[in-house]
Design a binder for this molecule. Structure first.
Ligand code: ADP
Ligand code: MG
Length: 631
């Protein structure tokens, strides 16, 4: 009955169990990004309406809302200064690093006024943005694509990163994910993901090479497969070499042929885009035309594949040199390599395949789309992490390990997903004058408070000589061995007093408990969550007002004038709350409305029952009370 159900506490729908257990795989590329998921038994790339699986890693700030992908690429010609591409190159970089790369990168770096380090900041149109924020836009777009294609929310992902990414770059990637409302189950190395996509984790043990030629970077990795686990033996490559350089070579060739010089950076972007289109056609066609209008010139140049190959040969030579180097670093030869995986859009170029086959003396694996193979591997890993499988890479700790500090707050000592074995130490001090003991409480979990985490053990460091508060230096060391066994020790550094315990971090935690703990650590930005809840409560309040109106129309005569006034007053209050931005107001006014209409609902019930007793069917009476049946 409508009005009796006006207030349904906690009505936000419980997320479906499926949603909680599903995670997507994301290849967050320099040039293109791809999102995939295992549905049923098969990994599937999630595509747009036109069947396109690639999302260009390009963000446009030309309009109020940032645009990502093809839409952003479209803005490029008109508003080149508002469009950012290849932001991955700046992930985790400081202003100093960027100075070193200057010239090679088309970014407008804003100097940090105080000369401090920290994150690079870029001027994009009229905004100043960090790489983390820009990257988060790409991740948001991928998340949205997944949600649209799956029809429900997704909040977890495995994201791939280059094997050479350092801690800062990995952290920046995670931060971007958090900003985008995604919890990172794990960062997986791109070559490892590619190998997983080919099922090499169940292949013969041995050395595998992953040759990844993307848009702006070339990466060569040697993986060693042993007992189903990949280890990155060596990585190498060239951070300034990729398909973009093919475009540059082609554009320069066209400029020479047309006699154009000195393009503005906007014009150069346009010419390069035309060169890229011609290059991509040459992968399947024997000839193509490069067409662009720049600097008052109408560029039109026909090129055949042979000519193009001559232009790029020196670049391919450089990739092979890097391959030789990485083999040398690992003290191996090409003959030691069991299989070669091709990754990256540029490995579509027939000459690239020929070069790789010749170098490793074997046909490379290429039957999975080289643009999509990394995302496919990430999706497989995401499935393994959420639903369990044999292909888990059990080389990281599953939940963060921390220590209780004052006020029941958890200070993380070892972050989740840290590769093991690992040893981390942190210094603490006493908080009371003359304190001679310190209780060390070891906890596991992602939340900020001790109550919300799992207690793994407590022990006491005794015999600290009495000192003033804050004078003792207590170093607490967490050491997790290769089997995931944790030993915690504490030592007072000025006197050398020591104590330690051994705990097994995941002892007794079932997979479900683990999943719950991970879910509870929902990392999407609070604001997003708050916004969503506000939206939901508005929708619900509107639904109730509609039902109330219908009921008043039908049965308003049941009410005494003062009762009616009161209901109208509170209904107006709900309307005002809906127009506002505070969820609490919506919630409270709804509760008030529930109270104000309680009697009315009772009277309607009575009337309905009486009507039924007079021989009418109850469902007819009820139908008359439904909001949509009132007119
Ligand atoms: P990244 O890993 O840097 O994001 P991708 O693996 O998506 O890059 O590769 C992008 C590069 O692949 C671009 O330079 C693009 O022009 C090139 N590419 C994509 N398709 C083709 C094709 N059919 N022929 C040649 N190059 C291609
Ligand atoms: Mg890539």
């Amino acid at each position: 009955m409508m009005l009796l159900q006006i207030h349904e506490p906690g009505e936000t729908p419980e997320p479906h169990a499926l949603e909680r257990s599903q995670a997507i795989g994301i290849d967050l590329g320099t040039t293109n990004s791809v999102v995939a998921m295992v549905t049923g038994d098969h990994p599937e790339v999630l595509r747009d309406a036109t069947g396109d699986g690639l999302v260009p890693s390009v963000v446009s700030y030309a309009y109020e809302e940032p645009a990502v992908g093809r839409q952003a690429l479209n803005d490029l010609a008109e508003f080149p200064d508002f469009v950012v591409s290849s932001i991955k190159r700046l992930m985790g970089r400081g202003p100093e690093d960027v100075k070193r790369l200057a010239g090679a990168l088309p970014y407008d770096v804003v100097p940090n006024e105080d000369g401090k380090g920290g994150m690079v900041r870029l001027k994009v149109g009229d905004q100043i943005l960090t790489p983390v924020e820009i990257s988060a836009e790409i991740l948001k777009a991928l998340k949205a694509r997944a949600e649209i294609s799956l029809g429900h929310r997704i909040e977890k992902a495995v994201i791939t990163v280059p094997a050479y990414f350092d801690d800062a770059a990995r952290t920046a990637t995670k931060d971007a994910a958090r900003l985008a409302g995604l919890e990172v189950l794990r960062l997986v190395n791109e070559p490892t993901a590619a190998a997983l996509a080919y099922g090499l984790d169940t292949a013969a043990e041995g050395i595998y090479a992953v040759y990844d030629l993307g848009g702006g970077t070339f990466d060569i990795s040697l993986l060693k497969l042993q007992k189903g686990v990949f280890q990155v033996l060596a990585t190498g490559g060239d951070a300034q070499l990729g398909g973009d350089d093919f475009d540059h070579a082609l554009a320069a060739w066209a400029m020479r042929r047309t006699g154009i010089e000195g393009l503005t950076s906007g014009e150069a972007k346009i010419l390069l885009q035309a060169a890229r289109a011609a290059k991509e056609r040459l992968t399947t066609a024997s000839g193509a035309e490069l067409k662009a209008k720049v600097a008052g010139h109408d560029v039109r140049q026909s090129i055949d594949r042979g000519t193009f190959e001559v232009l790029i040969e020196p670049l391919l030579g450089r990739t092979l040199r890097a391959c030789r180097q990485v083999l040398e670093d690992a003290k191996l030869t090409a003959a030691d390599v069991k299989g070669v995986v091709l990754v990256g859009g540029s490995t579509r170029v027939p000459l690239v395949r020929a070069f790789v086959a010749d170098f490793f003396k074997q046909e490379p694996l290429a039957n999975i789309d080289p643009d999509e193979v990394v995302a496919v591997g990430a999706a497989l890993q995401a499935k393994a992490l959420t639903q369990g499988s044999d292909t888990l890479l059990l080389d990281v700790i599953p939940l963060s390990l921390g220590i209780e500090t004052m006020g029941g707050i958890v200070e993380k000592v070892v972050d989740r997903n840290t590769a093991i074995p690992v040893t981390k130490a942190q210094d603490f001090t006493t908080y009371q004058d003359g304190q001679t003991g310190m209780l060390i409480h070891v906890v596991q979990g992602e939340r900020e408070t001790v109550d919300a985490c799992r207690s793994l053990g407590r022990f006491e460091l005794k015999g600290i000589p009495p000192m003033v508060a804050g004078a003792a230096r207590i170093r607490v060391t967490y050491a997790v061995d290769a089997d995931g066994l944790l030993t915690v020790s504490a030592e007072e550094k000025t006197t050398g007093v020591k104590s330690e315990i051994a705990v097994k971090p995941s002892y007794g935690l079932t997979d479900d408990e683990m999943a719950d703990m991970l879910r509870d650590s929902l990392t999407y930005a609070r604001d997003d969550m708050e916004k969503r809840l506000l939206l939901e409560s508005r929708v619900e309040a509107e639904r109730v007002l509609l039902a109330l109106n219908a009921a008043l129309k039908a049965d308003g005569t049941l009410l005494a004038p003062e009762e009616r006034n009161e209901i109208d007053r509170v209904a107006q209050k709900v309307r005002d709350a809906i127009a506002g931005e505070e969820r609490d107001r919506v919630h409270n006014s709804m509760e008030e409305l529930d109270r104000a209409t309680h009697n009315f609902a009772q009277k309607r019930m009575d009337r309905a029952i009486q009507a039924a007793l007079k021989g009418q069917r109850l469902d007819e009476v009820e139908a008359g009370m439904a909001p949509d049946a009132s007119n």
